[in-house]
Design a protein around this ligand. Structure first.
Ligand SMILES: [Cu+2]
Length: 373
């Protein structure tokens, strides 16, 4: 059983980052219980085997009345992140409803046109094939100020009080999506308190099924465009009345953003067209800074040493007392517990892929999720 300190409290992790440990030294005791199923030695994971995945455009955009409609869900599935011969990895990810082949971490890219509204139904489908909810892939700390579905309508979006240290939350996963940098009305912004649970047969009685802002925003949206929100969904309009640019979208729930992004709920959104667009083959928006293709030192730390949290995730120095999120990352990567002295970087849902030769062609969604955003 985890103590409260051992539970996830915060971290700075990238949705595209992979953390792979080597042995931890004797002076650094492990925090987490051993990972069920054992662990892998990162030194034995072959690097530069799989090609960098080229993210396709999200298919299925359908034009109706001058608006492009997408139906996109969040689901859990297994993805080949490690090279062939090693296990596949359970992740959360986005994809087109009705087309299982489109589910991927990070998401296929949504392509939009300047001044043409994109309407997305974002569905929470984090359920099993039999229709029960899926608990989170990662340990969820219920002692934070967070969505808190067990609190019911009166206790949601709060920091609950406990008389004893609880274990991780194992209930249905709240979900809402924020398109980062988009012009939108408030009801489409993906507020952290506008989350919603999946439609599942076994949602415990008394649980809040939506966050404290969901109903208000649903009503505002229906008043604006007369489009109902199906249960377990929100329907957001992005007017795209801004210059061509590269945006990204991500899961954005109160107290869960870091975990849901880390689990895989993120993707890119390209807004094309208009006078500010760039030539074909060049992503819109400011050019990415030339730099290393793969960040080798992205890492997450526990807040035992608060100053460590101020460390930029790409900084080279690793303090001897760094504590890695040992009870977080192994669940995704099936690696062993303990602190890490070697990381295996990933990009676009692949561990150590063969990089492209031209860094200008590479844009990655990174998520600095400490504090949300
Ligand atoms: Cu953001």
């Amino acid at each position: 059983m985890f103590t409260r300190r051992q539970l996830i409290r915060t971290g700075t992790v990238g949705g595209a980052a992979l953390l792979v440990p080597t042995a931890f030294s004797a002076r650094q005791p492990a925090y987490a219980a051993p990972v069920p199923g054992g662990t892998l030695d990162p030194a034995r994971i072959p690097k530069y085997v799989m090609p960098l995945f080229v993210l396709p455009a999200m298919p299925g955009g359908r034009m109706t009345g001058g608006i492009e409609l997408h139906q996109i869900a969040a689901r859990q599935f297994n993805q080949r992140i490690l090279p062939p011969g090693l296990p596949t990895t359970p992740v959360f990810g986005y994809g087109r409803i009705g087309d299982p082949s489109t589910f991927h971490f990070p998401s296929f890219t949504i392509e939009a046109r300047v001044n043409r509204t994109t309407r997305v139904r974002w569905a929470n489908q984090l359920v099993t094939p039999s229709g029960n909810f899926r608990p989170h892939l990662l340990p969820v700390d219920p002692t934070l100020h967070w969505a808190n579905p067990p609190g019911g309508d009166s206790g949601r979006d709060m920091r609950p009080q406990f008389t004893r240290t609880p274990g991780p939350y194992r209930g249905p996963v709240p979900f809402v999506t924020h398109l980062h940098g988009a012009h939108s009305f408030e009801e489409y912004d993906g507020y952290p308190e506008a989350w919603y649970l999946p439609v599942a047969r076994d949602i415990p009685g008394g649980f809040a099924r939506v966050g404290s802002f969901y109903e208000r925003f649903r009503a505002e949206s229906v008043a604006r465009n007369r489009v109902p929100w199906p249960a377990g969904s929100a329907v957001f309009d992005y007017r795209n009345d801004q210059r061509a640019t590269t945006l990204w979208f991500h899961s954005h729930e109160l107290g869960l953003t870091r975990l849901n992004i880390y689990a895989g709920l993120l993707g890119m959104y390209l807004l094309r067209g208009g006078p500010a667009d760039l030539p074909d083959g060049v992503l819109p928006g400011p050019a990415p800074q030339p730099g290393p293709l793969i960040q080798r030192r992205r890492h997450a730390v526990l807040p035992q040493q608060p100053r460590l949290l101020r460390r930029r995730p790409t900084e080279r120095a690793v303090h001897p007392e760094d504590r890695c999120l040992a009870d977080l990352e192994p669940r995704v990567l099936r690696q062993h517990h303990g602190c890490q002295r070697q990381h295996l970087a990933g990009a676009r849902g692949r561990a150590a892929p063969v990089p492209l030769p031209d860094p200008q062609r590479l844009q990655l969604p990174h998520g600095a999720v400490e504090g949300g955003g």
